[in-house]
Design a binder for this molecule. Structure first.
Ligand SMILES: Cc1cc2nc3c(=O)[nH]c(=O)nc-3n(C[C@H](O)[C@H](O)[C@H](O)COP(=O)(O)OP(=O)(O)OC[C@H]3O[C@@H](n4cnc5c(N)ncnc54)[C@H](O)[C@@H]3O)c2cc1C
Length: 128
């Protein structure tokens, strides 16, 4: 349906009406969100510290090397093997502009939910 607010363009809104839902068609970017954003909600039970155990429980981060990242969860997470060099340059340009209220985590932008060359979708990655 044409949208008046965007010059009557028709915007695609893809939905994953398949097993695994949108996780079967999404971009596979794996991103927890910035800790400060959860904390700023100021909702009991929704601080980053409250949520961290759930993030840790759901992921199997192949390159886990800090206590913050875990192995053993149902969603396989890998670092992008060959990140596009433009991403680093984009971040280097954006950070001094402080275009985001919270510090930008360059570390998080390079992760995808995948196992090798296959996606790690909800279907097949459900916790026991
Ligand atoms: C194109 C695209 C790219 C995205 N990229 C990313 C990304 O890179 N990283 C990221 O983290 N997130 C991404 N997302 C968002 C992420 O995929 C979704 O937020 C997430 O999958 C939502 O999960 P859900 O289980 O809440 O809902 P859904 O995945 O929408 O699952 C709902 C399921 O219910 C089924 N269903 C709906 N109605 C009925 C009914 N009446 N009866 C029976 N079944 C029904 C649907 O068919 C579907 O299988 C993307 C989303 C899209 C669409």
């Amino acid at each position: 349906m044409p949208q008046r607010q965007v010059d009557n363009r028709v915007l695609p809104v893809p939905r994953g009406r398949v097993l695994g839902g949108c996780s079967s068609i999404n971009g596979m970017v794996y991103f927890r969100g910035h800790a400060r954003e959860y904390d700023e909600w100021q909702q009991p039970g929704w601080s980053y510290a409250d949520l961290l155990p759930y993030f840790q429980r759901l992921e199997n981060y192949e390159a886990a090397h800090t206590p913050q990242r875990q192995r053993g969860g149902p969603v396989n997470v890998i670092d992008i093997p060959k990140p596009n060099p433009l991403v680093g340059r984009f971040l280097a340009a954006a950070i001094p502009l402080a275009c985001h209220a919270a510090p930008i985590s360059t570390e998080a932008i390079r992760k995808v939910s995948a196992r090798g060359r296959r996606r790690s979708a909800t279907a097949g990655a459900s916790p026991e």
